[in-house]
Design a binder for this molecule. Structure first.
Ligand code: SAH
Length: 218
């Protein structure tokens, strides 16, 4: 299947209209073939501004939400980034376009395997995907200049705060199982500034410091 160019252009126009202005983010969206991250029968829908199922009851995020979160990270290209919730690997590919080092964690091994294969086929060599509970972060490669969480947490996982570099930015949805607020957390020494970036709806972050773990048991 050829790249549905006019649909991509229409999507980019829509994203600009809704406030995505970072040209590096828009450029990455233009270069990463979203259709390669979804299954055959859905590829027609690749450039709609909508989430789509990717298996294991999970979804590839809506392009606007992905673009918005990436824009909030303000990546210049030299950052070391942690992603929690690889899913299809689509946002991982965008991160790989936007910076030079990406670590991504996914709790479903089958999704992690699929994403790793797609990213390798597309030639990304600056990403590492691990099947793990991302609420614990990935301490081995910490600290991170930026962290992006693609699933909704009951609270901000403390492991992610610990692994954020000084001056670093963390973006994540926090709230209930059905709706969350997107928070931007910026670290200044041992101080963490928190900014509300609007309402969102993500699949649950399941893990030790997520749903089903300590954070949601009280
Ligand atoms: N950005 C991805 C979004 C996938 S949906 C994409 O566009 O494809 C969120 C993903 O987070 C799901 O695949 C889900 O399995 C994963 N997830 C949920 N809890 C997790 C955890 N504790 N650690 C790692 N991944 C988790």
């Amino acid at each position: 299947m050829g790249r549905p160019k006019y649909r991509l252009e229409k999507l980019l126009k829509e994203l600009r209209k809704h406030g995505i202005a970072d040209e590096r983010v828009l450029g990455a969206l233009e270069r990463v073939p979203r259709e390669r991250f979804i299954s055959g029968e859905q590829q027609e829908l690749a450039y709609r501004n909508a989430p789509l199922p990717i298996g294991e009851g999970q979804t590839i995020s809506q392009p606007f939400v992905v673009a918005f979160m990436l824009q909030e990270l303000r990546l210049a290209g030299t950052e070391h980034v942690l992603e929690v919730g690889t899913g299809s690997g689509y946002q991982t590919a965008l991160l790989a376009e936007l910076t030079n080092s990406v670590v991504s964690t996914e709790r479903h091994a089958s999704l992690a395997d699929g994403a790793r294969q797609r990213l390798a086929r597309l030639g990304y060599t600056n990403v590492a995907v691990y099947a793990a509970d991302g609420t614990r972060g990935w301490p081995r490669n910490a600290p991170y200049d930026a962290i992006v969480v693609s699933a909704g947490a009951p609270e901000v996982p403390t492991a992610l705060l610990d692994q954020l570099a000084d001056g670093g930015r963390l973006i994540l949805p926090v709230g209930s199982l059905v709706s969350q607020k997107l928070f931007l957390v910026q670290r200044r020494g041992e101080h963490f500034d928190r900014y509300d970036r609007g309402d969102v709806r993500f699949v649950p972050l399941v893990g030790e410091e997520g749903w089903g773990g300590r954070a949601s048991s009280n």
